[in-house]
Design a binder for this molecule. Structure first.
Ligand code: AMP
Length: 282
């Protein structure tokens, strides 16, 4: 696996691959890789000839009071995991390589409305940081296909919208959520869950599945379901950020007539904010 930390060297290496007619797959990450990330790399390997993974803890997508400086950085372990699944290139730029003019002067990419709800409501500016860095990464790597986790459902929906709206020639693929045995979605932030809370944190996933079951068996008082599920999570000892039954494409509150529904939830533990979702096709 070749490690590239400069934009120019990444462009040159990938231009050579393109000349050979190879289809390029791309998996953007912030590192601290777990099996969820590795499954995305495997999907890219299956669908493409050459796979590029990026590791960049993007400061532009963290709020002032968020955990950018505490975010786990595990470069040695990450490279070993990527090499073990035959990743071809790791793009690992520094902050100055990505933001040479500083973050305040950085041109931004804004996807309206969808970015203001759910996670966007409690993390103002977060998705603007994501869409901006992903656009930059797409322009550097020029992938044929990029794989994003369904775990971050809102992020995936926003990227799909951005690519459509800006006519970016990249195929976007969603990778299934990889979970621990008890249903907890794998996440780098799970490291911040305390031992005392750990047995109960799968309540988020359990409540999402409960709502899915209720909808599949015909219940349609969606706002009532949201309130009941929120109560379940609060009773397990966690503070709710949001719990919403949404239209899968627009992320607007689902209505009686919607057939493609995604239920999304976010809750606070003592040390982390956890998100999860389930989708339903009626
Ligand atoms: P992150 O490093 O957390 O920014 O995540 C990088 C990519 O991995 C994103 O597309 C995430 O949606 C995806 N991802 C994170 N956790 C999981 C998981 N448990 N299952 C599947 N994909 C995941």
């Amino acid at each position: 696996m070749q490690i590239l930390d400069q934009i120019a060297s990444a462009r040159q290496a990938l231009a050579e691959e393109r000349v050979k007619g190879r289809r390029i797959g791309f998996v953007p990450t912030m590192g601290n890789l777990h099996q969820g990330h590795i499954e995305l790399v495997k999907t890219a390997k299956t669908n493409c000839d050459v796979v590029v993974v990026s590791i960049f803890v993007n400061p532009l997508q963290f709020g002032l009071n968020e955990d950018w400086d505490q975010y786990p950085r595990t470069f040695e372990a990450d490279t070993a995991k990527l090499a073990a699944v035959d990743c071809d290139y790791l793009f690992y730029p520094g902050d100055a390589e990505m933001y040479p003019n500083g973050m305040a002067r950085q041109t931004r990419v804004i996807v309206p409305t969808m970015t203001d709800v759910l996670c966007g409501a409690s993390r103002p500016g977060h998705f603007e940081g994501v869409t901006t860095v992903v656009t930059k990464l797409f322009n550097i790597i020029e992938p044929d296909e990029a794989v994003f986790g369904i775990k971050d459902y809102q992020q995936l929906a926003i990227i799909r919208r951005m690519v459509e709206d800006l006519c970016i020639p990249v195929m976007i693929t969603g990778g299934e959520i990889v979970r621990e045995a008890d249903g907890l979605a794998m996440s780098s932030r799970n490291a911040f869950i305390t031992a005392e809370e750990r047995p109960r944190v799968n309540q988020l996933n359990q409540s999402l599945n409960w709502v899915r079951g209720e909808i599949e068996t015909g219940r349609r008082d969606l706002r009532g379901l949201e309130a009941e599920a929120s109560r379940q999570i609060e009773q397990a000892g966690f503070r709710i950020d949001y719990f919403s039954v949404c239209n899968s494409k627009t992320l607007e509150p689902a209505t009686f007539d919607d057939r493609e529904i995604t239920v999304l939830g976010a809750m606070f533990t003592q040390g982390a904010r956890l998100i999860d979702n389930v989708s339903i096709s009626l």
